[in-house]
Design a protein around this ligand. Structure first.
Ligand code: LRH
Ligand code: MN
Ligand code: MN
Length: 387
């Protein structure tokens, strides 16, 4: 089935942000398997990310995680990225790997620790100034393991106070994006467990504070596209962390576990005007524990592109008519027709018309890049989880 000119122009503008940590070695708490050719520093991570963009033209920005991507000269890192045809995107803070944060960071009752956590975020904003990044993304590992361990309410109040101070430091177009996650590493309560809490916290800050939706951060069975719709209605959907999961926060390749869910999410994003809306960042948040990392990222952005094309193929008029006629099965069939449309041949043709390889996975494999980095780089770094 040919793709319509409207679909093609939406796809033309599609941009997916890659996480620098996807290129480092990662694993589970049982074992981190090293991969030949793994980057040894942030410069090499960006070089690898640029390969994904080279073969897909879909991934022009790279997100950093601080301190995993700490460098002496962020302006140099920015120039390096730009020389490779990409730019630096979201800056992710990290308050989950320091002993001081064992019982909390931005919510902590100890002012010294809370100060340290706030200062880390202010430093991240300094980095944003140097990298030209728009978004500061905050995910908090804070919570408690046993009922009675923590004062749930006081922690919400302290969180708001901390966020106020961080938000006040933003300038110009800069934004604060607050990510939620229902559990892990805390197992009884988490301070930002759901979209509602994130929304309440960011709404109290102001216009440039938004919610980040990580697709792996919900209880099984959650209707994620409903949350997408609601956040877009409220004008507060700031970004996605895309990945897929079978069980918990698996961080597997987006669209691998449940392509239909990805389709439903992208359909709802489009319904809410989010595919063309620069306020919504489409980021990946994945780890490639056993597969090769660059092809893993190429596969991921292609999965998002394919499901976007299918979501754009939904016949909106037919769907509207069926819904108004209470034609339950007819409406469902309209959606399923689009979902079952194989857009791959049309996308391959379109890629060729733009001077790209029809099959980016094969083109990357044939490029020799993987062999070159495997020979050149020894002792690549962990993504950060085991660091
Ligand atoms: C937490 C999370 C968050 C972190 C990333 C590495 O589970 O999704 O986005 O920054 O993983
Ligand atoms: Mn995430
Ligand atoms: Mn996660």
């Amino acid at each position: 089935m040919p793709l319509t000119p409207e679909t093609l122009s939406t796809l033309e503008a599609q941009s997916i942000e890659l996480p620098s940590w996807a290129f480092g070695n990662s694993g589970t708490r049982f074992k981190v398997f090293a991969t030949a050719g793994t980057p040894r520093d942030p410069f090499e991570k960006i070089a690898d990310a640029a390969q994904v963009n080279r073969f897909t033209a879909l991934a022009p920005t790279v997100a950093l995680h601080i301190p995993w991507d700490k460098v002496d000269d962020y302006a140099a890192l920015r120039r390096h990225a730009e020389d490779l045809g990409v730019t630096l995107g979201t800056i992710n803070s990290n308050t989950f790997q320091d002993d001081d944060y064992k019982f909390g960071a931005l919510t902590h009752h100890d002012d010294r620790i809370r100060r340290k956590a706030i200062d880390h975020h202010l430093e991240c904003i300094d980095i944003m100034d140097a990298t030209g990044s728009r978004d500061l993304k905050i995910w908090l590992a804070e919570g408690s393991n046993y009922p009675g361990q923590a004062d749930l309410r006081a922690r919400q109040d302290r969180l708001q106070e901390s966020l106020q101070e961080i938000y006040a430091r933003l300038t110009g177009e800069q934004r604060l994006v607050l990510e939620y996650k229902f559990f892990e590493p805390a197992f009884y309560h988490t301070d930002v467990p759901d979209w509602g809490t994130s929304y309440v916290q960011v709404a109290a800050l102001g216009e440039r504070a938004m919610v980040c939706l990580d697709t792996g951060h919900h209880a099984p069975g959650t209707n994620i596209e409903f949350i997408v719709m609601q956040l877009q209605r409220l004008g507060k959907l700031g970004s996605f962390d895309f990945n897929s999961r079978f069980y918990a926060d698996d961080d597997l390749i987006v669209g691998a576990a449940d392509p239909f869910q990805l389709f439903r999410i992208l359909f709802e994003v489009n319904r809410g005007g989010g595919l063309q809306n620069p306020d919504v960042v489409f980021m990946l948040d994945q780890c490639h524990n056993v597969e090769e990392k660059i092809p893993g990222q190429i596969r991921s952005v292609l999965n998002v592109q394919e499901m976007t094309a299918r979501a754009l193929s939904v016949d909106g008029d037919a769907l509207d008519a069926a819904q108004r006629a209470n034609d339950v099965l007819g409406a469902n069939a309209v959606l399923m027709d689009a979902f079952y449309t194989d857009v791959r041949p049309a996308l391959a043709e379109w890629r060729e018309s733009r001077g790209l390889a029809a099959d980016p996975m094969a083109a990357y494999a044939a490029s020799g890049y993987q062999e070159k980095i495997a020979a050149d780089r020894v002792g690549g770094v962990q993504a950060g989880w085991g660091a």
